[in-house]
Design a protein around this ligand. Sequence first.
Ligand code: ATP
Ligand code: MG
Length: 567
Amino acid sequence: MSTPTNDAVVASNFIRNIIDEDARTGKWQGRVETRFPPEPNGYLHVGHAKSIHVNFGLARDYGGVCHLRFDDTNPEKESTEYVDSIIDAVQWLGFSWEKDGNAHLYYASDYFEKLYGFACLLIERGHAYVDSQSADEMRAARGSLTEPGKPSPFRDRTPAENLDLFARMRAGEFADGEHVLRAKIDMASPNINMRDPVIYRIRHAHHHRTGDAWCVYPMYDFTHCVSDALENITHSLCTLEFEDHRPLYDWFLDRLAEAGQFARPLPQQIEFARLKLTYAITSKRKLIQLVQEGHVDAWDDPRLPTIIGLRRRGYTPSAIQLFCDRIGVSKADSWIDMSTLEQALRDDLDPVAPRAIAVLDPLKLIVENFPEDGREPCSAPVHPHHPERGQRDFVFTRELWIERDDFTETPPKGYFRLFPGNKVRLRYGFVIECIGADKDADGNVVAVRCRYFPDSKSGTEGANTYKVKGNIHWVSATDAVAAEVRLYDRLFAEPQPDAGGRDFLQALNPNAKRTVRAFVEPSAGALAAEARVQFERHGYFVADRRDSAPGRPVFNRAVSLKDSWGK
Ligand code: ATP
Ligand code: MG
């Protein structure tokens, strides 16, 4: 199932080809500086993880540095809670923005004064003007894909008049929306982004870092390229929807370079395809809706594709790295199947996760010919391929827990597990023969009865003279640890829950979380929070980081052993 090799990954990463070519021509004198620029208006998700791997991964591979820059120019939607969560997420994924003792951690809001100065410079040089049309008027004058826009009646204000108005906008003399500052480019451009885009708007809003110092805020297209240039970014990597904005990115930097503000070469914007993952949502706005409306429990709900959700689900940073390597980086938009993410987790955990037994749907098994207080030590390898990791010990007792569906009174054809008269092996224990079952007044089976064969213990001489077809899991009812187990599945029942603007809430999978009372063997009961384990037959699980404690474990199912979806 494991697909690509490293060669395939490198070949598919067209950005590496650009960097290699730049190295060949000496464009950047060997420098590679990238940046990851989240807006702190939500928690990061698996799509951001791709961007983080692209940006930080390239910087690491080329001996460069990747900046973490908060693109915090929309005061209403941003907060320090989000800033902190983003810092945590990037660190957890294993990346650092430090190089040679310098922390390359930046905030676009730290550039507000500089950005304001550059805007004034654009005004002075005739490249920007204050427009006093209403938002509706501006929209109406913008034209369409087939029609050019109409120049604003304010387009020919003099630089002096514009500078004065812009200073008064900053000073707070006007209400939100009364004026904007626009770049003076080309109202007839076939690229609508070039039709005098807005570069500043008035917002009387409190900013989480600059407080009330500002009431004019720069727009993304202006802020982003300038921040890149200020930080000497070489390759500014972003997603494809910014392709049409690239001429604007270059336009601002060219005008400021002409004005002597930036030296060439100027940072180069390069676009790559967004990650779209099936059975998931990767829009911050919709994730916020899922959390705020209570469709999930919190930002770190293990059903969410947020990075903290994935973490709590049991994903490891290396599984996410593996996933990003496998999907590669390209210019072509496509959907990645959720099973690719899940398989990366299995492939990451299989070689390392210790094994243990958990009985998720417990049914009592009474071994009638075993002494009441008898204790027979048994053991099993911690990991089947790593004998050096030793054995896990547990005991065989008269009362055990087995899985409810490992017993039936009326076996269908081909059923090799427990039914009256049949023999099975209790894995790592003894061969037993079923002799009947106890029932309650309603006829429900409440316990199964059996006899064991004392000379059949696994690993002892002659044990394999017993030929049985069934091999079932068990834990000792006296020694097993009671555990809460949360069985997670995909949050959405449809592969593209929000395709075509559909109401994605309609596609929620009502069975994405099921909680059961289980019993686990003592080695698993003692696991520390966030330890991962393979429960034989059931899948990979993690001790919940919030709710689990040794002796009082809570497990989340990270992923089943096999991909059973849609089959
Ligand atoms: P959303 O639309 O969910 O709010 P965004 O693009 O507005 O996402 P930002 O905080 O601006 O979120 O994103 C920071 C960086 O992560 C940007 O460079 C953006 O292109 C990138 N990014 C966001 N979503 C994805 C995705 N699904 N795949 C790859 N990169 C992404
Ligand atoms: Mg964005």
